[in-house]
Design a protein around this ligand. Sequence first.
Ligand SMILES: [Zn+2]
Length: 97
Amino acid sequence: MPTRRERIISLLEERDYSPSELARALDLHGKGSVKIILEDLKAIQKILKRDGKVLLIKPAECRNCGFVFKPEIKVPSRCPRCKSEWIEEPRFKIESK
Ligand SMILES: [Zn+2]
């Protein structure tokens, strides 16, 4: 039985996912699920680096004004420019060689 992190890695090798989509794909529900995924992604980023692979990050974006956040492993709660909370989550993918 693969661990949760191994399952995330195989998903991200197929295509890109947002943290919420990963939580759904892994059957994680509830308030803390995205936080768990973000912690996993940080650990996975280190594992990949060791193996010479890269975790690609499409940054979060404000859906109200189009502001683009820094490419980070986190889900921003509000836009610094327009204060909107309508935020498109970042998307993650493992670069395939
Ligand atoms: Zn905005």
